[in-house]
Write a protein of this length. Structure first.
Length: 175
């Protein structure tokens, strides 16, 4: 009974703390991000056109299928004027770095960002309670296109395992 109550309380707290979902025209909130080390956060600096991708879980089957087309299509994104691609996962830096190495053993300029406390995805209203499957709050699957810090478009999957509106092909077609 206690675990059911704790789970319910956690779900309510997660939904109350998350603001409404970010919309086109809004600004990406100032954020400190971790890419290389757990004790080294740097400001997220967005200039020009960017793609920000949110994934529910590193190494999960849907996420393992979601990102390779972005890695393979990186030059196509650059040709459409995209300066940077960022992948946010509610995982620690070690997991995100290991996942990047697994998905791109020859390297990739795509940034794999550890949102270890879900601060970024919470600040843009794209968090959900994945406790039953992934143990806690996670990022919804999303793709945001920005011009600098200004949000140009937001695509969010209706169900976390889906990869339709957030696929590399869909995002490329929208640019």
């Amino acid at each position: 009974m206690t675990s059911v109550l704790a789970h319910a309380a956690h779900s309510i707290a997660a939904s109350l703390l998350a603001p409404g979902q970010i919309q086109p025209g809004a600004s990406i909130p100032a954020s400190e991000v971790k890419e290389n080390a757990p004790d080294s956060a740097t400001p997220l600096t967005l200039t020009g056109k960017n793609v920000i991708i949110g994934v529910p879980g590193a190494f999960t089957t849907p996420c393992n299928g979601h990102l390779p087309p972005y890695i393979e299509s990186y030059d196509k994104f650059k040709a459409k004027g995209v300066e940077a691609i960022y992948v946010f996962g509610v995982n620690d830096v070690f997991v995100m770095k290991a996942w990047k190495e697994k998905l791109a053993p020859n390297g990739t300029p795509i940034h794999f960002i550890a949102d270890d406390k879900a601060a970024f995805v919470s600040s843009i209203g794209l968090i959900f309670d994945a406790s039953p499957l992934l143990g806690g709050p996670r990022s919804k699957r999303f793709a945001i296109v920005t011009n600098g810090n200004e949000v140009v478009s937001v695509a969010v999957e209706e169900a976390p395992p889906n990869v339709t509106v957030t696929s590399a092909e869909s995002v490329l077609a929208s640019l």
